[in-house]
Design a binder for this molecule. Structure first.
Ligand code: NAI
Length: 482
């Protein structure tokens, strides 16, 4: 029986490169029947604010696997990126991208004889991609960056399982935990916890800026790198550059129930319709999909044909030697098909990465449980708008507070400006005022919000954050200079 997979051709060059991949799959005898779904620009234009029709959502959730061309989201406010929405609504928590040196694709590393074989796993749901943003004042914007223990655990476990299944021996966690001690600190802490369950795999960590420097000097030092969402986004484009550009960067968005396979690049509007788009990135994403579905033999045969084509120096205008004339998408596709060996009739189904299990009739969200720990309220951070000096704010707020709590800190853009600080710290009109519960007193969230109301009678409060202690440890960061 043929496997069924949802197919969204996408916008811009999407239909051209999707057609090329389908031609190659057909010629290689890939036993998949594609069900086209409507997603992308025209769907937005037809009034669907998510960028996909309800039928598309139903089909993808039923089939569990989507091969997706690049898509354009209309510019302006009111709609969110279809690409990010697709990854998030189906909880495809791990974005796996594979970067390898390819013969026929010249790079400084291939010239220096340094082979590259890197897998990046980017956390795909959390971080600043939550898109939780507000203006606190007319001039001050805030983005909330959520990193969670269950989310980190899912992506780290996937990474170690994938490394083990593929015989990879080293996993590195990239992060910025020296600055974002709580968020990236949690991502790193969970990495270390999960790594203990995989003693056969060497686990280490690296600060992301050091990682960027080391990747451009000696990329062969790394095998698998797992990163939070935004850092993973940037580092994976850097890696695409190492192996010859976006035309060679495939990706898989892996979830427990739905997985999406797509090229890293966008719709390339500058060359759409010209018949010269490079289909290799989408083809390689399709090969990741075949391996995921257990069709490793078909993937290997197509990959061998692709490599042979690259060795022959056949290339679209975006890569390859200037001394050989570029070809069209169709000519490159024909060349790959010409290099396919005759398909064997016996199809061997191999164990996939982790075959997604579609669930068609869910009526409840899964709530990922974690063990509970003792929690206590420690105070409240009040984000206030004011043009006053920090000392004036301290006097005003200090006079209002009830006796069980005290003003302990005022910071501006994260730097402490009261009770101590430097007059050289420039301030904007938005301060963080920290109120902490005094020793020997206890209070609950309600009490702290009541404090916020008292302060709000005298000074504009634009946001609040309750301060907590979990398991006896304070669960909030210090200000710079505190
Ligand atoms: P882009 O990746 O579409 O293009 C950047 C440059 O790379 C352009 O010069 C383009 O011609 C070239 N390029 C990209 N893919 C190519 C290919 N397969 N063959 C030959 N040349 C290729 O990035 P850009 O211009 O920033 O974004 C264009 C649109 O794509 C935007 O609407 C953006 O939102 C969307 N986009 C969609 C993505 C997705 O569907 N996953 C990812 C990135 C962008």
């Amino acid at each position: 029986m043929k496997e069924r997979v949802a197919l969204a051709a996408g916008d811009g060059i999407g239909p051209e490169i999707t057609a090329a991949v389908l031609r190659i799959f057909t010629a290689a005898g890939v036993p998949i029947e594609f069900e086209p779904v409507e997603m992308g620009y025209s769907v937005f234009q037809n009034g669907y604010s998510t960028g996909m029709t309800p039928q598309a959502q139903e089909t993808i959730e039923r089939l569990g696997v989507l091969l997706k061309g690049p898509m354009e989201t209309p510019k302006g406010k009111g709609v969110k990126s279809i690409n990010v929405t697709a990854r998030k609504v189906w909880n495809t928590y791990a974005n796996k991208r594979v970067f390898r040196s390819l013969e026929g694709v010249d790079t400084p590393f291939s010239q220096a004889g340094i082979p590259i074989s890197l897998t990046i796993v980017r956390e795909n749901i959390e971080d600043t991609y939550g898109g939780i943003e507000h203006f606190l004042t007319h001039d001050v914007a805030l983005c909330r960056r959520l990193i969670t223990r269950p989310g980190s655990e899912q992506v780290h476990r996937y990474t170690f399982e994938m490394a083990r299944a593929q015989g990879l021996k080293r996993v590195t966690c990239g992060h910025k935990a020296n600055i974002m001690k709580l968020t990236d600190g949690l991502f790193l802490e969970v990495f270390k916890e999960v790594s203990k369950e995989y003693p056969d795999i060497e686990a280490n960590d690296i600060i992301v800026d050091d990682l960027a420097m080391k990747l451009v000097r000696r990329p062969d030092q790394f095998q698998v790198i797992v990163l939070p969402n935004l850092q993973g986004d940037i580092i994976s484009d850097l890696c695409a550059g190492l192996v010859g550009g976006l035309g060679f960067a495939p990706s898989a968005n892996i979830g427990d129930h739905v997985s999406i396979f797509e090229a890293v690049h966008g719709t390339a509007p500058d060359i759409a319709g010209m018949g010269i788009a490079n289909p290799i990135s989408l083809l390689m994403s399709g090969l990741m999909m075949l391996r995921h579905l257990g069709y490793g033999d078909r993937a290997e045969r197509i990959e061998a044909a692709l490599m042979a084509t690259l060795r022959q120096g056949i290339h679209t205008p975006d890569f390859g030697l200037r001394s050989t004339p570029p070809c069209s998408t169709d000519q490159l596709t024909d060349a790959i098909i010409g290099n396919l060996e005759a398909p064997s009739n016996a199809l061997e189904i191999q164990e996939g990465d982790s075959r997604a299990k579609p669930r068609a009739s869910l009526d409840r969200h899964r709530i990922i449980q974690t063990p509970s720990v003792k929690s206590e309220v420690a105070g409240i951070d009040l984000f206030v708008e004011s043009d006053a000096q920090p000392g004036e704010i301290a006097t005003k707020v200090g006079a209002i507070l009830p006796p069980f709590c005290a003003l302990t800190l005022i910071s501006n853009r994260g730097t402490q400006v009261w009770p101590t600080g430097s007059m050289f710290t420039d301030c904007v009109n938005q301060y963080r005022v920290r109120v902490e519960i005094g020793k020997g007193h206890t209070a609950c969230e309600y009490d702290m919000l009541a404090v916020a109301l008292m302060v709000a009678e005298h000074i504009r409060v634009c946001s609040t954050e309750i301060l907590m202690r979990f398991g006896g440890n304070s669960a909030y960061s210090l200000a710079q200079g505190q």
